[in-house]
Design a protein around this ligand. Sequence first.
Ligand code: FAD
Length: 603
Amino acid sequence: MSEYQTHEHDVLVIGAGGAGLRAAIEASAAKVSVGLVCKSLLGKAHTVMAEGGIAAAMANVDDRDNWKVHFADTMRGGQYLNNWVMAELHAKEAPDRVKELEAWGALFDRTKDGRILQRNFGGHKYPRLAHVGDRTGLEMIRTLQDYGIHQGIEVYMEHTATTLLLDGGRVVGAFGYDRERGRFRVFKAKAIVLATGGIGRAFKITSNSWEYTGDGHALAYNAGADLMDMEFVQFHPTGMVWPPSVRGILVTEGVRGEGGRLLNNKGERFMFNDIPDLYKNQVAKDTEEGWRYVTGDKNANRPPELLTRDHVARCINREVKAGRGSPHGGVFLDIAWIKEKLPKAAEHIKKKLPSMYHQFKELANVDITQEAMEVGPTTHYVMGGVRVDGVTQMSTVPGLFAAGEVAAGLHGANRLGGNSLSDLVVFGKRAGEHAAAWAKSHGQGKVDAGQVESAAKWALAPFDRAGGENPYGVQHSLQDMMQDKVGIVRNDGDMAAAMDGLAVLRKRASAVGIDGNREYNPGWHTCLDLPNLLTVSEAVTRSALDRRESRGGHFREDFPDKSKEFSNHNTVVRKGPDGAMRLCRERIPEMRDDLKKVIEENK
Ligand SMILES: Cc1cc2nc3c(=O)[nH]c(=O)nc-3n(C[C@H](O)[C@H](O)[C@H](O)COP(=O)(O)OP(=O)(O)OC[C@H]3O[C@@H](n4cnc5c(N)ncnc54)[C@H](O)[C@@H]3O)c2cc1C
């Protein structure tokens, strides 16, 4: 029998980013015992990297804004595949969650009359993103962490959950290990909230940190939960492209929100050449009008650089493919030009975009106050995830909840910038509240020793194969393949080849071996991440193959238009009885009439 330590909580939260921390705070406020597990140190989650801001219709900068416009923008951005229950709750509750963060100590940038300042962002009709320069996520995590630390939450840092434990289909705990020493842990819990973030590490070029290996998606899937809309991966238009070691690191949309312009190697603002009909009335017709918008003129239309991310990313891709790219395979993003308009432009840029200034100065030796950046698309966010109930956030497995990037629904086919941070606090709170309620009304289920033993045996198997396949080799092959064949522009042939490739990689992954012991062994951790990466990659590829149209973040060159056939269903994958992945299309429930009216009014 393997040795392991046992911990017991009413609610276990897996993941300590914005969603996990907010869930833990809420569950703890309901007076249940809460455990919080995270792969890295507390405060180091992905949320900390969020730059541009948090979307909430507070109408501090433009008094025409309200929840209805935010709801309509979110649905339009998601191409109407969103879970409209979530989109409504999100638009209505986000302002209160932002004010709550402020009450807990978050220091947002201010308007001249002392209210929370809001900035423009792609797809949002009005300036809506509350922000702290370009370090909003850091402030959010700092606030939630400071507040949460006093709520009696027990934190297990540098622990990875590898398996969910079940009792008759209900979740009753999680198995995992501490990453430093490699010792096994069993966490018994009446309810579990997954808040593990995204899947970006399945691709070669990504803005995501090492933690984003799709663990929560795979944990839920293996426990029998549905995953939904996995074909919708967001490729952010602007990541760094040079030098190679920093390729993929995000260049916040805030640069374009502050007036940054995209140019090809002919010096053309190519975004003016491609404005979709849907947005024709909202986008500036000339550069002067776009600049007026950036400086807060309510009657001006926004610049075309602030169209939705999928569209901008594809336009950049097109310029590069047509030979109009920058020297290192991107295009130019120029904020320095604003010195023509502002007397103290350099100071202004450093104040509004301090992280971007340092990022380019230190990593690429580029002074963004004087010269243009080189940027290109980077894998950024997954709209798909664990299918949840819109109100409670419970998945299709009883007692298992999910919130934040790991959950599906709110963003439909594409997420608007800023809508993730608000998602985390709106639905993190809801998940925590409902997980606590579930824990209060259900006893502790039985943890089966056999399940624990097989989880431990599985985790140790790579040591029995010392000298076997190198886990990093398999990981890199997977990332290369997903980037090439299931990336920003997809087609049937490439994705069919990717499905074959996944079968080969699964074989290779089952033969990975590792030397050394369980202490401080990153190679071992990679062995254990690989099955998760393969599961999410298969879910993305299978779903993308099935959706024979282009919509939101999913673009197929063989089906470049939207199709009515695919306009009102979500793609769902789940584990079949034989262990193989099954796909089905699930019709989206009919929207309430009052919400249809809101969308109509805001068209
Ligand atoms: C560079 C960058 C900038 C961004 N800017 C913005 C922005 O301005 N506005 C916006 O709305 N969104 C932004 N986003 C998106 C947003 O930051 C993320 O979607 C969001 O932070 C995800 O939060 P989360 O709580 O779901 O997960 P995370 O913050 O990633 O937290 C995940 C947690 O799960 C833990 N975890 C994962 N797997 C396991 C496991 N197996 N066992 C235990 N713990 C595990 C991790 O350690 C971590 O603690 C940005 C993203 C990036 C990459």
